[in-house]
Write a protein that binds this ligand. Sequence first.
Ligand code: RB5
Length: 151
Amino acid sequence: MRIALGCDHTALDMKRFVKAHLEKKGLDVELFIPDENDENHDYPVFAERVANAVGNGACDAGVLICGTGAGMCIAANKVNGVRAVNCSEAFTARLAKEHNNTNVICLGARVIAPEMAVMIVDAWLDARFEDGGRHARRVALFGDIERNNRG
Ligand code: RB5
């Protein structure tokens, strides 16, 4: 499984912690992060790169970290086929996979500790979408919204 991991300047330390954790689990990690010498650390730039990698199938799932997770989540959800959720606890992370089939999870480096971040990511990665019933019907409606609102 290949994970796209992105962050902005607020989350470089948490990104290192999460990356090490994912690699310890045997997952491949592709980084989408600001260059330390780069002036532009704007979170939508990295959110779009991760969301594209997931949307086009280059990566199986995405993890995005900024100060709150909010900006990353808003930006990632602009990409067709991406279902991103912002989580600060594991219960929502698990249900966001089981019910919503999210393919990107967003975290806030200014909100939660790194240990909590990996607990949330594990709950999300270990969960499985409950396909074939009411949840599949509802998730399909996300696609309808995308098609109805194309410019
Ligand atoms: C950057 O200061 C901050 O706005 C960003 O990391 C994130 O929290 C946005 O949602």
